[in-house]
Design a protein around this ligand. Structure first.
Ligand code: GDP
Ligand code: IMO
Ligand code: MG
Length: 430
């Protein structure tokens, strides 16, 4: 009996999960997504190509490996069919090695419309959602009125769909949202709906399964399964900076409910952190920079959203947040990405503690959104070396290795590998 290893983001998303999953895939038989949906944008780069995945697991470029979209994931059939088409253009036929849980919930066109309506109604306190319909679709799931992938095979699917749509339109009216103004890629709700229904025929070509049985059978056979997280732990519905969060359980606990595997079957938990921090959308970000350093992180790190293209907010690494998310996830090893983005800094800062109302702490306060959280920085010497072409951890500059050692000591979890470029080949294992 083998266990499920987990790989997830420890910050506010975009830590480089897609890239690392792709690098680790050769060690696994199955890659499974357990939560989130097309709000995710996971970038893979190899052989001079760059590819962004939203719903499909990041093991898909390895055709001998199985990829599973678990029950905890949300699927927008239209976005899914676009992803399949983009993969086909790269010569990847996913119909053989992609499996979809029949229990995964569907994002309806009217969920996307409601996402816009909700954000508009929130006005200045909007969350900065990716507007992919995530909040409204998970709301219907929890309210027990959602539609699932398996439902598209039923004779009365259209009827159920219409019932949902009527409720969504009523809700939009209550929110005073002008439905006629809604557009997805220049399409009105009706036009989008037509494409959405066409896309159901694409989904039907795939292996639609009870993925909980499938995955547990794989474990019984001793196959190696890797669970791929989306978003980041600081965006978790329970433990993130609520309400500035996503609507799913982004932490290790979400693997159990999002795939149907028991807690006793969780193995290694690999936590990914950037060597600094970014956040897209609204919400607290204590180490955010508004100066030249912030601009340098954004430019060198090319910090623009993979899903929405929005500029990402940038700042120094936040140890209290990392300690918190390592605790929540039971992280057994850290992977540090984008350390090359710090190459040109004279000194690199690390937020080791917070000062909240004049008291030093490394606990995330309940009042995270409202109280002033002042980061307490320690400075470390930069390395000022271009890392291009470095092929082993040992060959890295001493100051960089000191920085990594500092992170390990502060967080209390060993660093397993670091990433020094967007490319698949540039991950250096210790
Ligand atoms: P994910 O959502 O966690 O998969 O991350 P994203 O793909 O949204 O964002 C990470 C971005 O950083 C992508 O553009 C990656 O190509 C890029 N990236 C990943 N690792 C590294 C790295 O080590 N160095 C640099 N410079 N870029 C990286
Ligand atoms: P990956 O998997 C970064 C953010 C949005 C917004 C909040 C809620 O690529 O790391 P939602 O659309 O879920 O209602 O948005 O969460 N967000 C992400 N930020 N990376 C992501 O995914 C994100 N998915 C959602 O910007 O602030
Ligand atoms: Mg991303």
């Amino acid at each position: 009996m083998s266990k499920v290893d987990v790989l997830l983001g420890l910050q506010w998303g975009d830590e480089g999960k897609g890239k690392i999953v792709d690098v680790l895939t050769p060690d696994y038989d199955v890659i499974a997504r357990f939560q989130g949906g097309p709000n995710a944008g996971h970038t893979l780069e190899f052989n001079g190509i760059k590819h962004v995945l939203h719903i499909i697991p990041s093991g898909i470029f390895h055709k001998e490996k199985k990829n599973v979209i678990g029950n905890g994931v949300l699927i927008d059939p239209f976005i899914f069919s676009e992803e399949i088409e983009n993969l086909q253009k790269r010569g990847v036929d996913a119909t053989q090695n992609l499996y979809i849980s029949k229990k995964a919930h569907l994002i309806l066109p009217s969920h996307r419309m409601l996402d816009c309506a909700n954000e508009m109604a929130k006005g200045r306190s909007k969350i900065g959602s990716t507007l992919k319909g995530i909040g409204p679709a998970y709301t219907d799931k929890i309210a027990r009125s959602g539609l699932r992938v398996g439902d598209i095979l039923e004779f009365d699917f259209k009827e159920k769909y219409e019932l949902q749509k009527i409720q969504h339109l009523q809700l939009a009216k209550t929110l005073k949202y002008d439905v006629d103004s809604f557009r997805v890629a220049d399409m009105t709700l009706e036009e989008y709906e037509a494409k959405w229904f066409e896309s159901l025929n694409i989904i039907k070509k795939f292996n639609l399964i009870n993925s909980e049985y499938f995955l547990n059978d794989c474990l019984k056979k001793g196959m190696k399964v890797l669970a791929e997280g989306a978003q980041g732990s600081m965006l978790d519905i329970d433990f993130g900076s609520y309400p500035f969060v996503t609507s799913s359980s982004t932490i290790t606990a979400g693997v159990c409910s999002g795939l149907g595997v028991a807690p006793s079957k969780i193995g290694r938990v690999m936590g990914i952190t950037k060597a600094y921090c970014t956040r897209v959308g609204a919400g607290p970000f204590p180490t955010e920079l508004f100066d030249d350093d912030g601009e340098e992180l954004q430019n060198k790190g090319n910090e623009f959203g993979s899903t929405t293209g929005r500029p990402r907010r940038c700042g120094w690494i936040d140890i209290p947040a990392l300690k918190y998310t390592c605790m929540l996830n039971g992280v057994t090893e850290l992977l540090v990405t984008k350390i090359d983005v710090l190459n040109d800094f004279e000194e690199v800062k690390v937020c080791e503690k917070y000062s909240v109302n004049g008291t030093l702490t490394d606990e995330i306060p309940f009042e995270y959104n409202s109280v002033e959280v002042q980061p307490q920085y320690a400075k470390y010497k930069g390395w000022k070396v271009d890392l291009k072409g470095i092929e082993s951890y040992e060959a890295l500059p001493e100051n960089l290795k000191e920085y990594v050692k500092t992170l390990e000591n502060l967080v209390g979890v060993p660093v397993k590998a670091i990433s020094i470029s967007p490319d698949r080949k540039d991950v250096l294992f210790k």
